[in-house]
Design a protein. Structure first.
Length: 261
């Protein structure tokens, strides 16, 4: 699908990090961008800078998603591009020079449930409801394509670390739903793809101490550094523009394989 000027697009988690870079990329390409995020201050600021719309949204709350999608649709029309970036990464970590000892967060059932509610059920809710709106649009590609939905998992889905039980489970869930949802939506001409970022330079990473960060960077085979949010956004664009990409998850991680400890 061509990323034509004025294509309506929705980015959850667009107030920060990977979602913010994606919202900026889409706006620079001329898309009409709606940012759906909990962070009202940041979300409004980013939306203001890119000439987009901000709607305060909790993706774990179905009524909030319904209201946000209705607001975005009223302003821009039903979205042809949906990028699910909203997410949390809970779990306290005690970082030592040798290893991240973490904390077994599976003991905390409320935290586990909240992580699943936002990262997995939130992604499903936005995907399912936005797809229903997208299905009402006329096709725009020679193959009958109507639009694209991109989800964000993590390498933690396969390489989960200490303290990441909830996070890894939520991201494995996102990967697990990618192929069946893509198949479900294929008769509507809607593609679904998932990106599995490795280690990216975003506010989610801000609390990592410098020495641990250096060790993490060194653990990326090539390039030995954290990914830049713009590199995530560039992959979103490549997915939008390549109609054969459908139903799979792509690692974007510099070939890192986080070793279990
Ligand atoms: P971030 O914290 O910078 O941005 C996440 C955004 O999601 C924030 O703006 C936050 O307000 C929003 N959000 C949180 N809960 C929400 C909710 N219930 N409803 C709506 N919005 C909500 O993080 P990031 O690094 O940009 O992460 C974006 C996505 O990428 C997340 O799903 C994260 O799990 C995933 N990811 C990040 C990394 C990384 O290294 N940064 C690696 C792998 C996967």
């Amino acid at each position: 699908m061509k990323l034509d000027a004025s294509t309506p697009a929705i980015v959850t988690g667009g107030a920060s990090g990977l979602g913010e870079a994606t919202a900026r990329m889409l706006a620079a390409a001329g898309a009409k961008v709606a940012i759906l995020d909990m962070n009202e201050e940041r979300g409004r600021a980013v939306a203001g800078e890119i000439g987009g719309l901000f709607v305060r949204t909790d993706v774990s709350d179905e009524a909030s998603v319904d209201a946000a999608l209705a607001a975005a649709k009223a302003a821009h029309g039903a979205a042809r591009i949906v990028v699910n970036c909203a997410g949390i990464a809970p779990g306290k970590r005690t970082v030592t020079k040798k290893r991240d000892t973490g904390e077994f967060v599976a003991h905390d059932v409320a935290s586990f449930a909240r992580t699943i509610a936002i990262n997995l059920i939130g992604t499903f809710t936005v995907t399912a409801k936005a797809a229903a709106d997208m299905a009402t649009l006329p096709p725009v590609t020679p193959d009958g394509g109507r639009g694209v939905i991109v989800c964000t998992a993590s390498v933690a889905a396969t390489d989960g670390q200490i303290g990441q039980a909830a996070y890894a489970a939520s991201k494995a869930g996102v990967m697990g739903m990618t192929l069946p949802v893509a198949r479900d939506l294929s008769t509507l001409g809607i593609r679904v793809m998932t990106i599995m970022p490795g280690l990216f330079e975003t506010p989610m990473f801000a609390s990592v101490p410098e020495d641990y960060r250096t060790a993490l960077e060194a653990s990326v085979p090539f390039p030995s550094r954290l990914g830049k949010p713009e590199e995530y956004a560039a992959l979103v664009r490549a997915i939008i523009e390549n109609d054969m990409l459908n139903g799979s998850a792509i690692r974007l991680d510099g070939a890192i394989r986080l070793a279990p400890k």
